[in-house]
Design a protein around this ligand. Structure first.
Ligand SMILES: Nc1ncnc2c1ncn2[C@@H]1O[C@H](COP(=O)(O)OP(=O)(O)OP(=O)(O)O)[C@@H](O)[C@H]1O
Length: 456
């Protein structure tokens, strides 16, 4: 097998020399280019497994080279060599598509780690995305983004409502990338007591505080070489935000009670269901940390915006329930499926899982009926007065059957829907809001009850 080949672009001969020595000790061929133009010439005529480029080149800039390689030679991972402490240019490089950066003066150990990570990256085959179920456009474009982000080492901030699949996405970014053989360490930042946070994250030395009876590694050490997923990152107290920022920037940390700093090589992924930019505005989250963890942002859309994925998700969840000892050959009646596709799922996929688990227990036989779903019928709405809509009915359809209330409930529902439509002059969006149900749920009911409003 031939040696991997690396293109190093820098106008400082000492950097070219150092890189060549380090790379050849790793059995990697090194080709040096002193300028942007020279690098372009090499790229046109040779294939490279990796490119390392300086930020400042005599005839151009490293970011433009990153962009060019991303566009024309996308199989070649590229890393940026930046001046020490220049966070801005490192962030710029990662945003342009560089998979990582190394600071000057170049630390040989850091360079070795970076190069071996990059080479694993180009060897990596397409793994399956089977944990991310869905064929909607939203999920398909999410997969493309994940595949791209997996090739990078940039911090990624995953945004999305509760239960939408943010951790699924984080795991995929890890397992599809070069760090896959090392640990993925998820941590719920809101679940660690403030006084234990520092020792949880950075570890501690025996005797460093009362109760520290042994040396204990922190989450950063556990994730060494792998990925640390900071879930609910908005819950980090401000003093921890400062400490975390330092570690991310300097790639060094000191366990509680330790005399020496240790190097950390951990990719940071973070997520929250809250609006982090808004928390920054309110002074509850540090702008500098936000800037550092939010180098690349990815949004996981709510389930109600991809209802075409519901049948596939249902199939997967029912299969999982069966595999875990539940009923076999479980299916959903078509009425139940239609209803699920009109529900607004405030708790997203996790709520769908809970609904189906409960329904499996309730259903007789192996076909889940609409009643087994036990979804709320009409929600209470503060805008509705008792006089307008009668008392709030929150009886599940199952109970309604048992008591023989079904026709009665239907009448109440029909009456309320018609009143809401009258009140909103036939505007279904407003009527659904007034009734406290999703637009899809209202449409479903209009069809089910064969209701027509004058303006229909
Ligand atoms: N697209 C999907 N395909 C298959 N399962 C999914 C998908 N999205 C979410 N899930 C499942 O839904 C549940 C919730 O997902 P996950 O924990 O990733 O959500 P989250 O957004 O991180 O939630 P939280 O905001 O509460 O931390 C998990 O059991 C997960 O496996």
């Amino acid at each position: 097998m031939s040696c991997p080949k690396c293109l190093v672009v820098d106008d400082e001969p000492i950097i070219l020399e150092l890189s060549a020595q380090t790379l050849s000790s790793m059995n990697i061929d090194c080709v040096g280019a002193g300028s942007f133009a020279e690098a372009c010439e090499y790229l046109k005529t040779q294939m490279f497994d990796l490119c390392l480029t300086d930020m400042h080149l005599p005839d151009g800039n490293g970011i433009d080279l990153v962009t060019l390689i991303q566009q024309e030679y996308s199989n070649t991972p590229v890393a940026m060599i930046t001046a020490f402490g220049s966070v801005e240019s490192a962030v710029q490089a990662l945003k342009a598509g560089a998979f990582d950066f190394v600071t000057k003066p170049v630390d040989i150990k850091a360079l070795r780690v970076l190069v071996s990570t990059a080479l694993k990256l180009s060897e990596k085959h397409e793994d399956s995305f089977s944990s991310l179920v869905g064929e909607s456009c939203a999920i398909q474009s999410l997969r493309v983004k994940i595949a791209k982000l997996a090739r990078s080492q940039a911090p990624v901030y995953i945004r999305g409502e509760s239960g939408v699949g943010k951790e699924v996405v984080a795991r995929l970014i890890h397992t599809q990338g070069a760090r896959a053989s090392k640990s993925f360490v998820p941590v719920n930042c809101g679940a660690i007591p403030t006084e234990l946070m520092e020792s949880e994250f950075f570890g501690h030395k025996k005797g460093s505080f009362t109760g520290a009876n042994t040396d204990k590694p922190g989450l950063f050490q556990t994730a060494q070489g792998g990925t640390l997923f900071l879930d609910e990152v908005a819950d980090l107290p401000l003093h921890m935000q400062v400490k975390l920022l330092r570690v991310i920037q300097e790639k060094q940390m000191r366990p509680v009670g330790a005399a020496k700093e240790i190097s950390v090589d951990v990719r940071i992924l973070s997520a929250t269901h809250r609006d982090l930019a808004d928390l920054v505005k309110q002074g509850k989250f540090r702008q500098d940390l936000f800037y550092r963890i939010n180098v690349i942002e990815i949004n996981v859309p709510p389930l109600r915006e991809r209802i075409e994925d519901i049948p596939l998700l249902v199939e997967r969840i029912l299969q999982k329930l069966t595999d875990n000892g539940g009923k076999t050959d479980l299916r959903l009646s078509s009425e139940a499926m239609t209803f699920l596709q009109s529900y607004h799922f405030p708790g997203n996929v996790r709520e769908l899982e809970n609904i189906l688990e409960r329904a499996m227990t309730l259903c007789e036989g192996n076909i889940i009926q609409l009643d087994d779903l036990q979804l709320p019928t009409i929600k209470d709405d503060i805008e509705m007065t008792e006089e307008d809509y009668g008392t709030w009915v929150n009886v599940s359809s199952t109970e309604a059957h048992a008591e023989g209330l079904d026709p009665l409930l239907e009448d109440v529902e029909k009456e309320r829907i018609m009143k809401a439509l009258e009140k909103t002059r036939g505007n279904k969006t407003h009527a659904a809001k007034l009734l406290g149900i999703s637009f899809g749920a209202l449409r479903y009911r209009l069809t089910k009850f064969n209701l027509r409003f004058n303006s229909d």
